[in-house]
Structures are given as structure tokens and as C-alpha cells.
Write a protein that binds this ligand. Structure first.
Ligand SMILES: [Mg+2]
Length: 209
């Protein structure tokens, strides 16, 4: 079947998540400090890499456990403080160049959708790109959908399981994540917007020929 739609994980594909991840790292370090646990930037980065390497479903919880040395009381308090610090933070940084690419795809009739539109709608609205996405994608067979996401465990594996063709956008906290098995292995890997465009063009050309 030829592809008719592209479905996006918002965080990590459309959104750089750089400001959000920096804020989370800073909040975790500050919360540890308030509990008398001194952590520096390097320790936070190492804890982040360890959480990604462990495929921790909740990377932030895993980071806090690492930094608190497993002490349950400190872990609970740091988690609470971290949530209080970033709970109301809403930073959305559209990936540079992605809006132009989305417009080109729309112009040639591809259907665009996002995972969890109810949750992400307001952000897409503020970024001025909400009108590019529809829920039409929900009615299409999975085999007609390309999926773009940054996490292998949380994004790529479930999309693959549904029968979608998947593209890993290596970016941000999960950029070093590598597949553990075939179920987590994407059909293509990209690291920037031009690579994403080329990968999708190649996949479309392959099925329509
Ligand atoms: Mg993501």
C-alpha cells in the first residue's frame, strides 16, 4: 500500500524539547541540592544517559533514583520538589524548518496527525501549526501511515506493533537509544529535518513504484 499519512510524536519530533529537558535537569539538580545531595551537571547528564541505557519507562524517576543513591525518602522528596518546579512549565520550541516541511507535505495531499491531539492541541495552536493536522489519520489503515518519534520503547515499538512504518528522530535525551530487538527497530533513522524529508521521500518512492 502507498503511504497516505504521517503521524508525529510531538515531543522530540516536532518539538525540540531542549528547553523542557534543560528545565527538568535543572529542577532535579536543585531538588537534590535542597535535600542536601550535591549534584553537578556531569552527574545529571550521566544519570540521564543511564536512564536511557536502562530503557527506564520513567526516565526522570530513574535519574532521581540514581542521584539519590536509592534512598527512598530522598527519592520521594526530590520527585515531589521536581514536579512542583516543572509542573506548570509549558515550553514548546518548534523544530527549525519543520513547519515548512509540514506545509509541503500537506500541499501534496498527505494527511498529517499527532499522537494525543487533545493534549497537544493548544501547543500546536500557539505554534501556529494546528491547522496542518487532522484526525483523519485515525480512520486510515496502519499500513498507510508513516510514524515519526524519538523514543524506541515508547514511540517506535508501539507504532511498529500497530503495523506502521517507523522513523526514529534521534534528538534530545533519547538520541543515544539503540534498538534491543526487531520490535524496536525503526525502518529509518534521521537526525535533522533535511534527513527526515529525504527518508520519507525514499519510503514513499519505494511503495509507489
Ligand atoms: Mg517523544
Amino acid at each position: 500500500m502507498s503511504y497516505r499519512a504521517i503521524l508525529f510524536d510531538v515531543g522530540g519530533a516536532l518539538d525540540l524539547e531542549f528547553a523542557w529537558e534543560s528545565a527538568v535537569d535543572g529542577a532535579i539538580a536543585a531538588a537534590c541540592g535542597l535535600e542536601g545531595i550535591r549534584v553537578d551537571q556531569t552527574m545529571v547528564e550521566e544519570a540521564s544517559d543511564a536512564a536511557v541505557a536502562a530503557f527506564a519507562p520513567d526516565a526522570y524517576a530513574h535519574m532521581i533514583e540514581t542521584l539519590c543513591g536509592g534512598d527512598p525518602l530522598s527519592i520521594a522528596r526530590v520527585r515531589g520538589r521536581m514536579r512542583a518546579m516543572v509542573g506548570n512549565l509549558d515550553v514548546f520550541q518548534l523544530r527549525p524548518g519543520i513547519d515548512g516541511l509540514l506545509q509541503r507535505w500537506r500541499a501534496r495531499g498527505l494527511v498529517l496527525g499527532v499522537v494525543d491531539p487533545a493534549h497537544h492541541g493548544p501547543r500546536l495552536e500557539r505554534a501556529g501549526i494546528a491547522a496542518l493536522f487532522t484526525r483523519e489519520v485515525d480512520g486510515l489503515p496502519a499500513s498507510a501511515c508513516l510514524f515519526v518519534g524519538d523514543r524506541l520503547d515508547a514511540d517506535i515499538a508501539p507504532a511498529r506493533a500497530k503495523g506502521m512504518t517507523t522513523i526514529q528522530f534521534r534528538s534530545g535525551r533519547w538520541r543515544r537509544q539503540r534498538p534491543r530487538n526487531a520490535a524496536e527497530t525503526p525502518d529509518a533513522v534521521v537526525t535533522d529535518v533535511p534527513e527526515l524529508e529525504a527518508a520519507i521521500e525514499a519510503l514513499i518512492a519505494n511503495t509507489s513504484s
